[in-house]
Design a protein around this ligand. Structure first.
Ligand code: GLA
Length: 374
């Protein structure tokens, strides 16, 4: 039983569902460019216990926030409960008859750390509400609905990666997702068999201007695709990258395009290495991805750059920021018996720079959306 399950107050509930947070092994800011991503699910999850109400009203209680929010059909909700209200809204839009419900939420997904606590909440709420409604929407169709809730109801212009990861990931695997066709492949990612581990370092950097910068990156990519006359930047082949860059006047736009095109290729190369059972080979790809996010996409901050450098200096095979950027977490691929040393090196580097001490934990790929028995 996870900590989140322990935290859920006793019911009675008619349905209890869990969805995890995620880290992205590689493929950042590629999802909204119709490209490739390779996330895996965290053992940390959000649990939603749902009880049917006989009136069209939703009451959402968050243990973490210590708050209850109530809303009726069509009502506009803001703050954390908007992720639940958005799901109620989008299910209605998609023609589902969502019964009124009292939802209780418990989570151990770190909040504001770029680990998709919001997608975990959306996906668990969706699973619980569909269960109450007696509707069986196939899992592969759910990420698009949850993304729509986030884009149109909450108003965040995110791609489809986080909701796909939270819904579709399988234990022991990374999810290779083509964000255009939505084709998936579960790529075995059992590091312990190779004596390796992924260390997650939460940089604790305060997220500033995240949503504005995210939207600006997305807009810039869409403008570039228009100028290059392709449906999306995914359609620029690595072979044609130099020619494409030569057609763009704006040096900032050129850097953004270079990141997206090279990052898509790094995802493909990572998948090839993992299929061949060579996890160490993905280290340099991770580190190159970080350099690209730092220099071309310009979404890193000193804390994450410091964490990456310190982990590499302590012997990590590769390290990179994961998620939308401007703070959040770093992943380091290390020998399993070097985790403590890598963590210590990062802590020391943070102390030397006067940064807030980071958090660090080792992760293994966990299961996506699942029913929790009570
Ligand atoms: C956030 C968004 C995702 C994706 C990543 C960057 O997590 O929610 O859709 O764009 O940033 O890869």
């Amino acid at each position: 039983m996870s900590t989140a399950e322990h935290r859920l107050p006793d019911g009675p509930y008619d349905a209890v569902w869990a969805s995890p947070g995620r880290v992205n092994l590689i493929g950042e800011h590629t999802d909204y460019n119709d490209g490739y991503v390779l996330p895996f699910a965290l053992p940390h999850s959000t649990i939603v216990g749902a009880r049917r109400l006989e009136r069209p009203e939703w009451t959402v209680t968050s243990e973490q926030m210590g708050e209850t929010v109530t809303f009726g059909p069509g009502e506009k909700v803001t703050g954390w409960a908007a992720y639940v209200a958005g799901v109620v809204w989008v299910l209605g839009e998609a023609g589902h008859d969502v019964p009124g419900a009292a939802l209780t939420i418990a989570s151990d997904v770190p909040f504001g750390a770029g680990l998709s606590s919001s997608a975990a909440l959306e996906c668990a709420a969706m699973a619980a509400l569909l269960d109450l409604a007696g509707d069986d929407v196939p899992l592969p169709l759910r990420p698009r609905l949850a993304q729509r809730a986030e884009n149109e109801y909450v108003g965040a212009p995110t791609g489809i990666m986080d909701q796909s990861a939270s819904t579709l990931c399988r234990a022991g695997h990374a999810l290779f997702l083509d964000c255009r066709s939505l084709a998936t492949e579960q790529v075995p990612f059992d590091l312990s068999a190779q004596g390796l581990a992924v260390l997650v370092i939460d940089s604790k950097a305060p997220h500033a201007h995240v949503s504005g910068e995210y939207a600006a990156r997305r807009r810039n990519c869409e403008e570039a695709a228009k100028i290059l006359d392709v449906p999306a930047l995914r359609d620029v082949e690595p072979d044609g990258l130099e020619a494409a860059l030569a057609r763009l006047d704006d040096p900032v736009m050129r850097r953004r395009v270079r990141h997206v095109v090279t990052e898509d290729q790094r995802v493909l190369d990572t998948v090839t290495a993992l299929r061949a059972g060579d996890a160490r080979a993905i280290g340099p790809l991770m580190t190159a991805s970080h350099a690209s996010m730092r220099d071309d996409y310009e979404i890193t901050v000193p804390q994450v750059d410091t964490a990456v450098s310190a982990a590499l200096a302590a012997g990590a095979y590769g390290a990179r920021m994961t998620g939308g950027g401007f703070g959040g977490c770093v992943l380091a691929l290390v020998d399993a018996d070097r985790c403590a040393a890598a963590e210590a090196a990062v802590r020391e580097a943070f102390a030397a720079s006067g940064f807030t001490p980071p958090d660090a934990f080792v992760v293994t790929p966990a299961e996506g959306t699942r029913m929790v028995s009570r």
